[in-house]
Design a protein around this ligand. Structure first.
Ligand code: PGA
Length: 223
């Protein structure tokens, strides 16, 4: 059985108390559910809720934490930035880097993204590097990629599993260091299995459908 990543990207959604409610519902489900070892659940809350999620879910097997972004700089005089060093003690295992929303709204370019990957790597945080197509450059230390075509994000129009699988094959051929290629873009509980059933897709990155804890648990179960 291949390892399957199921990543919830909460983006800039949820107040602290809404996130607390989400975690409570999620925890309840986990009590009654045995998540098979090969499924790795990764939660990427907004930073204002990171501590809460760390405290509540630290001891849960199969659940890991991610940040949605990381500073391209080391710790220092960079107002507003959260560096890899700042994240120490939060048990953050992954950082999403290069999401198309960061590239578009925050004007992040290849060289900034490369610095972010380096900073994550320096603090033993694995990068989940988002690409929009198979032509995007990928830094050498990246081992996990999420293929997310822009037209599929938040649109209700996912790519086809067959096309996503082909892209995954091509990404793995071009970048032999990759250990996992995920698919993201309008994944929901109805279609998740069509993606995870493909031979070369190692998981999913979920935005909108992760915001409701019951729905997210359905996705974990059906993946
Ligand atoms: P979506 O977002 O599931 O809402 O399409 C995916 C993403 O942007 O990571």
């Amino acid at each position: 059985m291949k390892q399957l990543f199921i990543v919830a990207n909460f983006k800039s959604h949820k107040t602290r108390s809404q996130m607390e409610d989400w975690v409570n519902v999620f925890e309840k489900h986990l009590e009654n559910l045995t998540v098979p070892e090969e499924k790795k659940i990764v939660l990427a809350p907004n930073l204002a809720s990171l501590m809460l999620v760390t405290d509540k879910l630290l001891d849960k097997e199969n659940v890991a934490l991610a940040v949605q972004d990381i500073s391209p700089f080391p710790a220092g005089a960079y107002t507003g930035a959260i560096s890899g060093e700042n994240l120490e003690g939060f048990h953050v295992a992954y950082a999403i880097v290069g999401h198309s929303e960061r590239r578009e709204y925050f004007h992040e370019d290849e060289s900034t993204l490369r610095q972010k990957v380096e900073q994550a790597h320096a603090f033993k945080i694995k990068t989940i590097y988002c690409v929009q197509d198979k032509m995007t450059n990928i830094p050498d230390t990246v081992s996990i990629v999420a293929y997310e075509p822009i037209s599929a994000i938040g649109s209700g129009h996912p790519d086809t599993p067959e096309n996503a699988d082909e892209i995954a094959v091509s990404l793995k051929q071009q970048h032999p260091q990759l250990t996992a290629v995920l698919y993201g873009g309008s994944v929901d509980k109805e279609n998740v299995h069509t993606f995870t059933a493909m031979d070369h897709i190692d998981g999913v990155l979920i935005g909108g459908a992760s915001l409701d804890a019951d729905t997210f648990i359905d996705i974990v179960t059906r993946a």
